[in-house]
Design a protein around this ligand. Sequence first.
Ligand SMILES: C[S@@+](CC[C@H](N)C(=O)[O-])C[C@H]1O[C@@H](n2cnc3c(N)ncnc32)[C@H](O)[C@@H]1O
Length: 219
Amino acid sequence: MQSPTGPSRQPDASRAQAQYRGRAARYDVELAPFEPLRREALDLLDLRPGDTVLDVGCGTGLSFDGLKGKVGARGHIVGIDPSPEMLAQARVRIALHHWSGITLVPATAAAAPLHGRADAAIFHFTHDVLRDPAALDHVFAHLKPGAQVAATGLQWAPPWLPLTNAFVLGAALYSVTSLDGLARPWDLLAQRLTDVRLHSRPWAGLYVLGGRVALSSGA
Ligand SMILES: C[S@@+](CC[C@H](N)C(=O)[O-])C[C@H]1O[C@@H](n2cnc3c(N)ncnc32)[C@H](O)[C@@H]1O
C-alpha cells in the first residue's frame, strides 16, 4: 500500500513522476558528483559499433554521450523513462548534439513498448526499476542471449557508518519511491545474469554491477 507522504514498499510510478517533475531542470547539476560512477558502468559495457542498447530510466540522457561513443552512428539507443520532464531535457540534449539513432520511449520499464532484442542494457541509478520484477522481466525479454548489463545505485552502508547511511537515506528519499532492498539492491537483477561482477562499496553507499544474459536457458 503506498503512502502519500513517504516511500512505499513497492515502487510507485506516479510518485516517481512527481519526484522528477520539479527536479528535471536541475538534475544534471545534481548528478555531477556521481559521473565517475557512470563512467565505470559504461566501461563495463563492451559495445560495438552498430549495437543497440536500452537505457532504462534514461532520465535526461546523461548516458547518451558515452553510449553513442560506443555504438556509433549506426548504433541505436532506446531511452525508456516515464517522466515527461526528464525526457524533455533528453530531447534538448539530443538536438544540441545533432544525434540520430536515439529513440525515447515515454513509459515505465514494465510497460514500455519495445521491439526486437538489444545487445545491452544500462540501469544507472534506477532503484525503483530494479525492485520491480515485472519491469526486469519485460526488459530482459528484449535482450539478446549474451547481452551485457550494467547497473549502479545506492546501497546501505554498515550500521557503524551512520553518516554514509544518512547520505543514502537522504538521496533515496529524494530519488526513489521504495527503500525496499537497499541492502542488496542488485539482487533481483543479478539472479537474471551470468558472469556477474559486483563492485560494492558499502562505505560509500554505492555499487556498480556488470553481467550478461545467459547464452541459453541452461547456461
Ligand atoms: C535517478 S534518475 C536516473 C536517470 C538516468 N538513468 C541517469 O543516468 O542519470 C531515475 C530515473 O528513473 C526514472 N524512473 C522512475 N521509475 C521508473 C520506471 N518504473 N521505469 C523507468 N524509469 C523510471 C525516473 O523518471 C528518473 O528519470
